[in-house]
Design a protein around this ligand. Sequence first.
Ligand code: AMP
Length: 194
Amino acid sequence: MLNIVLFGPPGAGKGTQSERLVEKYKLIHLSTGDIFRFNIKQETELGKLAKSYMDKGELVPDQVTIDMLNAEVKKYDNPNGFIFDGFPRTPAQAMALDKLMQSRNSAITMMLSLHVNEEELIKRLLLRGKDSGRTDDTDESVIRNRIRVYEEQTAVASEFYQAQGKFYQIDGIGDIDDIFNRLCHVIDSHSMIM
Ligand code: AMP
């Protein structure tokens, strides 16, 4: 199995690159942000709770997010692998994900972290906000808060994978195809499946 954590700040290109990776490696794409947004649309209790945090650019509490992610993963019996997009966002989530994978006799293969500077992130998110319909992409103060939350609470989660020798940083600036090729190069040279 190839289980990838696609990491990086908001606007780094995780969603865009996930779409391509899913197609090439036949993986299941799990984006916690997408699942929360689906719940908001369906007006579920989970959606209402998540919205109160998302509107401010804050993280949804760990246990809520972990329970939701566990339930999603359990829907798939024997996939080629998963691509986790936007999860884990804290060390507690990273530990929970390892435990979940272990319980399935599997493991995270690698964390691929897209590196993009802050000015470029803000530019991309404001541009995305024009047609994504995402309210958290239109307000610059919310965008800045999401980046601050990433730096203060999320970036540290990468240490968990660094300690396991599973962390790879990729330059997330440039042409979408070039970034995709950089990701594929790392995957193909560091995982057992080709
Ligand atoms: P994203 O679509 O990944 O940019 O996520 C949008 C928002 O959903 C974030 O700003 C958080 O409020 C919430 N969210 C998504 N994933 C997580 C997570 N793993 N932990 C906590 N909150 C999350």
